[in-house]
Design a protein around this ligand. Structure first.
Ligand code: GRG
Length: 296
């Protein structure tokens, strides 16, 4: 079934990076390549690569042409996590259950490993896909990725987030932060998968709308999990305050309304898929469910 397919895709993705594609081989200068591989191969749910491949396949592409996009979006995601964890940003010591990149390799190397992964993501798409799909598709995908990363994408979300620290955040600000920090790259994963897979304009736009719902859903569910996890940790102590940067949706709209909002988003995401062949759309349908009902 579809969930099994996701596991397979996740596995093949790791295989692709370490194995046949050798996208980040250990070579001179060793330290930087070790640092890049350390974070890229540190685990994680691989939601973005799986979305990219599923979207590519839905519109008629295959896994082989989807994998370079999958790899690129995970490289971008990983670099954003490395930079987010730096002392000048969130100053975190643990990520994916392991010491963060700068704790292991030092701050200078961590900054450079992030930069190198970002550059490599674009190089990877251009070189791996140039002879496989049309140049027009490659250029469109690269433009999409660039927009998702830059000052209208991840960077926009991060700067607004940083600048709103210690201030009261309303639902509009919160949505801006999430749409940019989380939504844009999820959207680019799905849209680039569809472009490379040969989707027509209408298919790409429907998948973009699906991805927007899923992107927001991802964050709302994350916030709900913050509440449930915290109350589990506290032995279900009701009314205990959460850290100010956590669980924003439940905090601003209440847990029940946040759950209703999440239900609405998953329904809307699935509606966008109803245009496609039901069997072919099943992986993306199940991915929306996975994101809505995940436990971590
Ligand atoms: C992109 C140039 C550039 C710089 C980075 C630091 C920064 C700017 C942006 C921060 C982006 C950030 C940390 C967003 C949070 C996104 C998010 C939801 C992370 C968690 O994703 P999961 O749950 O993580 O998919 P795993 O570990 O499962 O991959």
């Amino acid at each position: 079934g579809a969930p099994q397919k996701h596991l397979e895709l996740g596995f093949q993705f790791e295989e692709y990076i370490i194995g046949k594609a050798k996208s980040v081989p250990l070579r001179h200068p060793l330290t930087i390549h070790e640092a890049m591989r350390y974070s890229l191969l540190a685990g994680g749910k691989r939601v973005r690569p799986i979305l990219a491949i599923a979207s590519c396949e839905l519109v008629g592409g295959n896994e082989e042409i989807g994998l370079p996009i999958a790899c690129a979006v995970e490289m971008i995601h990983t670099m954003s996590l490395i930079h987010d964890d730096l002392p000048c940003m969130d100053n975190d010591e643990l990520r994916r259950g392991k010491p963060t990149n700068h704790i292991v390799f030092g701050e200078e190397t961590a900054v450079l490993a992030g930069d190198a992964l970002l550059a490599l993501s674009f190089e990877h798409v251009a070189t791996r896909l140039a002879k496989v799909v049309s140049a027009d598709s490659v250029v469109r995908a690269i433009a999409e990725l660039g927009a998702a990363v830059g000052s209208d994408g991840l960077v926009a979300g991060q700067i607004v987030d940083i600048k709103s620290e210690g201030r009261e955040v309303n639902l509009n600000d919160l949505e801006h932060i999430h749409v940019h920090k989380t939504g844009k790259l999820l959207e680019a994963s799905v849209v680039c998968g569809a472009i490379i897979g040969g989707g027509n304009e209408m298919e790409v736009e429907r998948l973009r709308r699906y991805a927007r719902c899923v992107g927001l859903l991802f964050q709302v569910v994350d916030d709900i999990l913050d509440v449930t996890r915290t109350s589990d940790e506290l032995g279900k102590t009701a009314g205990k305050d959460l850290a100010t940067d956590k669980a924003m949706y439940p905090r601003l709209m209440g847990i029940e309304k946040a759950k209703e909002f999440a239900d609405g988003l998953v329904t809307k995401a699935k509606e966008e898929l109803s245009y496609f062949d039901e069997t072919k759309a099943r992986p993306l349908y199940h991915l929306a469910n996975y994101i809505a009902y995940r436990q971590n």
